[in-house]
Design a protein around this ligand. Sequence first.
Ligand code: FJE
Ligand code: FE
Length: 294
Amino acid sequence: MTATTAPLSRSIARSVLSKEQSEGVGARVRRSIGRPELRNHDPFLMLDEFSVDKNGGFPDHPHRGFETVTYMLEGQFQHEDFAGHKGTIGPGDLQWMTAGRGIVHSEMPVKSQTRAHGLQLWINLPKEHKMCEPQYQELLDGQIPRATPQDGVVVKVIAGESHGVKSQVYTRTPTMYLDFKVDMNKTVTQTIPSTYTGFLYMLKGTAFIGDKEFEGKAHHTLTLSEDGATTIKIQTKDEDAHFVFIAGEPLKEPIVQHGPFVMNSSEEIYDTFVDYQNNKNGFERARKWRSTIA
Ligand code: FJE
Ligand code: FE
């Protein structure tokens, strides 16, 4: 759609509630993108709001062909991969992992903690980046820049840009990832490139989106209209609100997904099984590897 016919502001195309379901080992997730009603919101494959107690987690498993972005809300979470990369992330911290040609890792709560709560987003990689070398971009809460467009509005800029504040995170798939905390009775706007697809995932409170004041409540995903508009208006009324705003450039490439492997064709998925089974083409270090945290 061209700029001359696009409306000024995006509206909400649909609203979907994420109920809790089991995932991993003893973990609970509210699946946003990736649930049957919200499949393949190109370039996004999955968004899970996870909640894991000390008996659960996501023990040793592989990935290929996409990125996992883990953003902690509460508690401490540990990770360890087959190359010896490990660490702990706490509230407000971010791990942006490009799996590329292959990662095998474990993601588990720190045992002494009662609950680890956060978001994990899966972003598809463009064809030319699917077999890239794995990369981590890790930022502690204090290293993530904030925009404060007015009193009572704080936007953490995890990726992309908001109100003149830019993230240094390198996105192979052009992506915006913003964490909004908006006090009651505020109106805030956000610009978005005309070609991006996007959504809000509500964590707390209620927000009213667009000129039609579409109501969004906790644990709902609100998908944005794809009409080429370059702003979105978000209001709060009698409650404070906390939500993430995620948007990106659709890749428009074929997607063949088998669990934690996401490629462009069934042949590439077949090759991935062979590589993983035989510890080849990125999975060399998986031979005999076992994590020490799970
Ligand atoms: C999984 C493949 C996976 N949601 N939320 C298959 F990679 C996973 C998986 C996760 C996951 C991990 C975290 Cl830290 C947070 C997540 C899925 O690791 F559960 C299945 N079944
Ligand atoms: Fe993982």
